[in-house]
Design a binder for this molecule. Sequence first.
Ligand code: CA2
Length: 145
Amino acid sequence: MTKSILVINGPNLNLLGTREPEIYGAETLDDIKDKMTEKAEGLDLSIDFRQSNVEGEIVNWIQEARENHDAIIINAGALTHTSVAIMDALLAVDTPTIEVHLSNIFKREEFRHHSYISGAAIGMITGFGAIGYLMAIDAAKNMLK
Ligand code: CA2
């Protein structure tokens, strides 16, 4: 049966491709969605791609993933560095999770070096731009075998 991956994008990632291309690249979130959907189809996976600027909405999505999805790929944006609530939700659902960042968070300001997501994730892909989301699909496919 086709396995389903929930892809969660956090605050401000809806702005991708419109500002700060030197940090986050020129591709829009829709471009990333299209590329992920195409890649996933070739691997017999389905993608449920979402973005929210609201922490509580992301927590709700993670809780629902327990019933509806086999894995989570998450770029929590700035909530990566602040959200105990998202970390607790990920730990509670026990759905295998891959953390993605467009930029290399360890090469940036010190406050970005800590991630609350990492303790609840299988691993992190950081610094490869939009390709990192496609790498995460490969990781998920491997994990779900
Ligand atoms: O590198 C990443 O993917 C980040 O998760 C992006 C977050 C940042 O707070 C994290 O430290 C690292 C920021 C997302 C905001 O995205 C924008 C995109 C275009 C223009 C403005 C913001």
